[in-house]
Design a protein around this ligand. Structure first.
Ligand SMILES: [Fe+2]
Ligand SMILES: [Fe+2]
Length: 144
């Protein structure tokens, strides 16, 4: 029996490029949870490709903007990629149970990661995008 992982609007964090990537994450993971054993390796490979791009993009945002708490977020991405690569190897050798366990673990992991780590980065990126405004407003309020 496989559970599914439908999109939920509570995953929206307000930074559009990240929200779009997170929709792709949910789709890739849902497809992994829903698939037959015969497709498990291919779905997991597709998930791995998604996760690689997804995490690399967030890491670039963090490193490119001197995001202060970047390291634990980057480390968590790396830990997930390590598990995915290890489990993909096991699935390729025929150990479907490892693949199923990982898919369930990823579904448990994502909401907390998005809520605690991605949300801080999303707010940081939004604030940067509109970064000049509060200063300008303060200056004009002070009559300069
Ligand atoms: Fe993310
Ligand atoms: Fe992340």
């Amino acid at each position: 029996m496989s559970t599914r992982f439908p999109w939920d609007d509570s995953y929206l964090l307000g930074y559009a490029p990240m929200d779009e990537t997170h929709r792709e994450f949910v789709d890739a993971l849902d497809a992994l949870l829903a698939c037959e054993d015969a497709d498990l390796a291919a779905r997991l490979e597709a998930f791995e490709r998604h996760a690689e791009a997804h995490f690399a993009e967030e890491n670039r945002w963090m490193q490119g903007t001197d995001f202060p708490p970047a390291q634990c977020h980057i480390d968590e991405h790396a830990a997930v990629m390590k598990s995915v690569s290890w489990v993909l190897d096991a699935v390729t050798r025929g150990d479907m149970a490892e693949g199923r366990r990982l898919a369930t673990a990823l579904a448990d992991w994502f909401p907390g990661h998005a809520f605690h780590l991605d949300s801080a980065l999303a707010h940081w990126m939004v604030k940067r995008a509109y970064g000049g405004k509060p200063v300008v407003l303060r200056r004009s309020a002070a009559g300069r």
